[in-house]
Design a protein. Structure first.
Length: 209
């Protein structure tokens, strides 16, 4: 096949994968969500291999391994999830750098998915290990998604996989909207009177009045 046909097929596979991953937002089962996301990773591995985007392939492969591992771990067990997340973060960093150096001629844009993956992984781990309320944990996750989406969107332009650029652009916008919503919710929460600041009941009048 000529280069244009290969690129077209790669874009179609990437589009199908991203549509599948996006549709996971309507699912309730964490297991099904992970399986849908895993399908996207498989298609992205194929698509990015066809466009010689090997540092991206490394990140997709690590994400696939992480998702498959999490499918078989009970949701109540947090320590194994944390260990898997840390291992995948390190493996993704090392593999992404090595793949980019030895398979992609050490192109600068090849480090974009590596940087995005590391940033997202760090924020996820922080949200997992720190003692945070639901809003603060969600805020950390959304910040991580924004960094990851920016890196992958730019990478999508360089490797000419435009669904990667478009869907990560959408993820960026949705995450930015979520951050605004979280900020408003936190501001409202701070403005609510606490038990200590609430005015006390007026004293009772003396007997006989």
């Amino acid at each position: 096949m000529d280069a244009e046909t290969v690129l077209l097929i790669a874009n179609i596979l990437s589009l199908v994968g991203n549509v599948i991953a996006t549709s996971a937002a309507w699912l309730k089962s964490k297991r099904n969500i992970l399986l849908f996301q895993s399908s996207n990773h498989v298609l992205e591995i194929i698509a990015q291999s066809m466009t010689a985007a090997y540092s991206g392939v490394a990140q997709e492969a690590v994400s696939l391994i992480r998702n498959i591992s999490l499918v078989f771990i009970k949701s109540t067990k947090k320590t194994p999830k944390l260990i898997i997340s840390v291992i995948c973060l390190v493996v993704g960093l090392v593999a992404g750098v090595l793949f980019n150096i030895y398979l992609s001629d050490n192109v600068l844009y090849g480090y974009l998915p590596v940087a995005g993956g590391v940033a997202y992984g760090v924020f996820v781990i922080l949200a997992f290990v720190l003692t945070l309320d639901a809003l603060d944990a969600e805020l950390l996750m959304k910040i991580g998604i924004i960094f990851n989406a920016i890196c992958w969107s730019i990478y999508g332009v360089f490797i000419k996989l435009y669904p990667v650029m478009i869907f990560n652009g959408v993820a960026f916008v949705l995450s930015a909207v979520s951050i605004v919503r979280i900020s408003i919710a936190k501001r409202k929460r701070r403005s609510l009177p606490t038990a200590d600041s609430a005015p006390s009941d007026p004293p009772s009048p003396p007997a006989g009045e």
